[in-house]
Design a protein around this ligand. Structure first.
Ligand SMILES: [Fe+2]
Ligand SMILES: [Fe+2]
Length: 171
């Protein structure tokens, strides 16, 4: 697909993806420092790894936008959420990861509908990675006895509903 054939909505999906990924970078980086202050070195290390992963996603989006001839420009980042304990932080992260999963699901479906296979594949690979991240987060929360809040319950239900996305055409 040539540069000028990219649907403007696809560029919109890329811009919002960059904003969400950079929001995740800011959130997980902050949490790494916070839980270190709480004395939880293991959780700090894990948040640092997640920060790097989200940074790499942001970099892939920047590279992809450049390849399409678009200047990357994330819009406003969401404020870092706060909670009094690790489970609370992870529940906030589950909400953010759900935003990412839903965003990539929608972007992938839209690209498939307009037969933009290259961008569909790009969004699909990020979608797969965020779903995998969501599953790891689920497991971490279960280890900690999490899943208490309504936000987490909604997150789990939502993720299950989206597990078979191809059967849920929304366009
Ligand atoms: Fe990401
Ligand atoms: Fe993620």
């Amino acid at each position: 697909m040539t540069m000028d054939a990219v649907h403007p909505r696809v560029l919109g999906y890329l811009g919002r993806a960059l904003s969400l990924e950079l929001t995740a970078v800011q959130q997980y980086m902050t949490q790494a420092s916070l839980v270190e202050l709480w004395g939880d070195k293991a959780a700090a290390d894990r948040f640092r790894e997640e920060t790097v992963e989200e940074m790499q996603h942001a970099e892939r989006i920047v590279q992809h936008m450049l390849s399409l001839g678009v200047a990357p420009a994330a819009s406003q980042l969401q404020a870092v959420t706060h909670a009094p304990d690790l489970v609370g932080l992870l529940e906030h992260n589950a909400v953010l990861e759900t935003q990412l999963i839903n965003h990539y699901a929608e972007a992938t479906r839209f690209c498939a509908v307009i037969r933009d296979e290259a961008n569909a594949a790009f969004f699909q690979s990020l979608w797969d990675e965020e779903q995998h991240h969501g599953e790891e987060l689920d497991a971490w929360l279960r280890e900690l006895g999490g899943g208490r809040s309504r936000g987490y319950g909604a997150y789990s239900a939502n993720r299950l509903a989206r597990r078979n996305p191809n059967q849920r055409a929304t366009f």
